[in-house]
Write a protein that binds this ligand. Sequence first.
Ligand SMILES: Cc1cc2nc3c(=O)[nH]c(=O)nc-3n(C[C@H](O)[C@H](O)[C@H](O)COP(=O)(O)OP(=O)(O)OC[C@H]3O[C@@H](n4cnc5c(N)ncnc54)[C@H](O)[C@@H]3O)c2cc1C
Length: 236
Amino acid sequence: MSQSDNNDTDSVDSVATQGAPSSRTRVRRIAQRADYDPATLHAILDAAYVCHVAFADAQGVHCIPTACWREGDHLYIHGSNGSRMLKLAAEGAQVCVTVTHIDCLVLARSAFNHSMNYRSAMIYGAFEVVADDHKSAALDAFMEHIAPGRVHEARAGKRNELAATTVLRLPLDEAVAKVRAHGVKDDEEDLDRPVWAGVLPMALQPLAPERDGDLLPDGEPAYVREWARRAAAAGR
Ligand SMILES: Cc1cc2nc3c(=O)[nH]c(=O)nc-3n(C[C@H](O)[C@H](O)[C@H](O)COP(=O)(O)OP(=O)(O)OC[C@H]3O[C@@H](n4cnc5c(N)ncnc54)[C@H](O)[C@@H]3O)c2cc1C
């Protein structure tokens, strides 16, 4: 499917091709899809619940999915102190972190020109350990990312729970976004073929909330009502 990248080189996505923070973040294939604007990077990261962290150790190369959130110019992850990935990352291992959102399947008239619309980000660097005095606030920001306001409702982390948790942050200094956001690009000679062509959009979609336990006197919190509203609006 990605074969279409080979001739999909017009500047349909008019994004910057200059300004890469390093040689390894300079997009070379279909460079007009590169976007080095921090606002684009932040939007892609803020729309994500999960990133993939790639790193190498004596056993080889690994790529591990893990929850993430952004605060300012850092991407945060967290987990058990016992996690192999977190231990290595905390020691300063070099990592490559990616986030990908798929927005459309792009169905062209030729097999070669099929594609996908996507927003993806890649960050290189080394995580740093979030100090104990900021750990609780960082985890609050994670909760805020998942469900705004819930941090005031859920029991706060106990001392031993915080002590068992590692929080790491990765500077967004060496990062790049790549975005495809347009329709079919067929070859001129294929345009008259009697083949359906177009885009099949898709999205990460809320479904109706499922409560655990009895309804509280105050009813559902605002973030659950909003989730339900979005699910209902989409007919789910
Ligand atoms: C959506 C999502 C969110 C997650 N969020 C977090 C988080 O916030 N914090 C956290 O610590 N962990 C999270 N995890 C779990 C994470 O993927 C790892 O399993 C965990 O961090 C342990 O890493 P490790 O290197 O110590 O694993 P180890 O158990 O040491 O890994 C050993 C081997 O097990 C396999 N393996 C490990 N994890 C996975 C996996 N997820 N899928 C398939 N094979 C695997 C791989 O072959 C790996 O090399 C999340 C997973 C998913 C899918």
